[in-house]
Design a protein around this ligand. Structure first.
Ligand SMILES: [Zn+2]
Length: 454
């Protein structure tokens, strides 16, 4: 028998199915009257604000690892507490539109940023003809919303880039990095590098790493000879470089926060996984290589929300803001088979989720979505297992041993993304749209409908 697809369900049937799914989630968490909570959580309407939280590479394994290690197997992270949870598929496409089952962060981010799937490596441009596609951030600006983009990677890395730039290849991060994007250069009549485009977009808040890209000199056009940072200042930006200057930034002008030369250093450290495993280890929860002046993702999120809210209040705008917050190095430490680095970044990301949920508790007209861009390599395996690749044994906060396996590539190579579906969880206006199994590109529609973007 052919099962009806989601598309064929009537709205009423979809809502009944949605309610059932939500009840299961809330009951499992044990904190709510599931039925009432689900009924209350399923609402349409317009959102004043959207906070979109992306755990890069944060598949179910990465979430479970962070939960087991930090709050215990029966504990709950902040990201586990959303009333509505679904799953979405993350595949990319080839240039001819056929599926490429394992996505990178550029293609997956382009999926929710534009509603159009593209090829791996591309930033918010079409897979075949390489044409720019309008992004959620661009639409939000056009509709009068304040906008913010916060990350722990370089600001020019793929996930922040997809909102405020269009590039043939994700590597084209600064004016000196344009080898793979000949058509995007200013000399060729294009919009320039990702860094140049981000500041040209006048995004109200840009917080992350990647100062090295903004120290590069613009090679053509009206800002020729200036660094991208100087270009930003010409465009009205205030530049902040550490926790204190970030917290001191006043609303009224856009803020560019550059907190590290490359990626923001991880919160935790420990031994990387090894062939044959490691001795049982506890993670070091203060990385000696992370300067004390580096803002946490949660503090960056808090400041971003304050600045965006203040801008809209000063403008007496009825529209609120659209803010993306990325925990980028969950992915990067997964690639490096570094379980402590990875878990520490997931825990830090989860604190930013709490910031967003606390804000939404006081401002229920805020849609909060937490999801990932793709799955990743780490797997929890039995202690008796002897995986052929890299593994490490951790001692969790609840005193138990936990074995993590990284075997999506040959030891010594970067461990790889996986093609699995990932979790998407939400609360607020239009949050029910994440229920069931959806496609990553549906997230574009969810945000567009919530903010009534035209
Ligand atoms: Zn990655």
């Amino acid at each position: 028998m052919r099962r009806p697809t989601r598309r064929h369900l009537t709205v009423a049937t979809a809502l009944v199915a949605a309610t059932t799914a939500a009840v299961a989630v809330t009951t499992a968490a044990g904190a709510f009257d599931g039925k009432e909570q689900a009924k209350h959580a399923i609402q349409g309407g317009k959102a004043k604000n959207v906070i979109l939280l992306i755990g890069d590479g944060m598949g179910d394994s990465e979430i479970t690892l962070a939960r087991d290690y930090s709050v215990g197997a029966n504990g709950r992270l902040n990201m586990d507490k959303f009333p509505l949870t679904g799953a979405y598929t993350t595949y990319a496409v080839h240039a001819d539109g056929t599926p490429d089952y394992v996505t990178d962060s550029a293609a997956s981010g382009s999926g929710w940023a534009t509603g159009v799937k593209t090829v791996n490596g591309r930033i918010s441009k079409t897979p075949g003809a390489d044409k720019p596609v309008r992004t959620l951030l661009e639409l939000a600006q056009r509709n009068g919303y304040a906008t913010g983009n916060v990350t722990t990677s370089e600001l020019t890395d793929a996930t922040p880039a997809v909102l405020a730039s269009h590039a043939t290849d994700r590597s084209c991060q600064g004016p000196a990095d344009m080898a793979k994007c000949p058509a995007d250069t200013i000399a060729a009549g294009g919009p320039g590098s990702i860094a140049e485009q981000e500041v040209a977009h006048k995004v109200d808040v840009l917080f992350g790493g990647g100062k090295q890209r903004f120290d590069q000199k613009v090679t053509d056009g009206r800002y020729k000879g200036l660094t991208v940072g100087q270009q930003a200042q010409r465009l009205g930006y205030q530049i902040v470089t550490d926790d204190a200057s970030m917290k001191a930034a006043k609303p009224g002008r856009p803020v560019l926060g550059l907190f590290a030369p490359v990626n923001v250093p991880t919160e935790w450290t420990g031994r990387t996984a090894a062939v044959g495993g490691t001795d049982p280890q506890r993670c070091v929860t203060s990385n000696p290589n992370r300067p004390a002046t580096t803002p946490s993702l949660a503090d960056s999120a808090t400041k971003a929300i304050q600045l965006l809210e203040a801008k809209q209040k000063a403008n007496r705008s009825k529209q609120g803001f659209f803010l993306q917050i990325e925990g980028a190095s969950i992915d990067k430490q997964d690639h490096a088979a570094d379980p402590c680095g990875q878990i520490g970044e997931t825990v830090a990301f989860d604190r930013a989720v709490k910031v967003a949920r606390d804000y939404a508790a006081k401002h229920p007209d805020t849609l909060v979505v937490t999801t990932a861009d793709h799955g990743h390599t780490s797997q929890i395996v039995p202690l008796e297992a002897t995986p052929p690749g890299l593994s490490s044994t951790l001692i969790t906060d609840e005193g138990q041993q936990l074995k993590v396996n990284y075997s999506t590539n040959t030891p010594g190579q970067s461990q790889e993304h996986t093609g699995t579906e990932v979790r998407i969880a939400a609360q607020g206006p239009q949050a029910y749209r994440v229920l069931g199994v959806t496609n990553q590109t549906d997230l574009f529609t969810t945000v567009r409908e919530a903010l009534r973007l035209r």
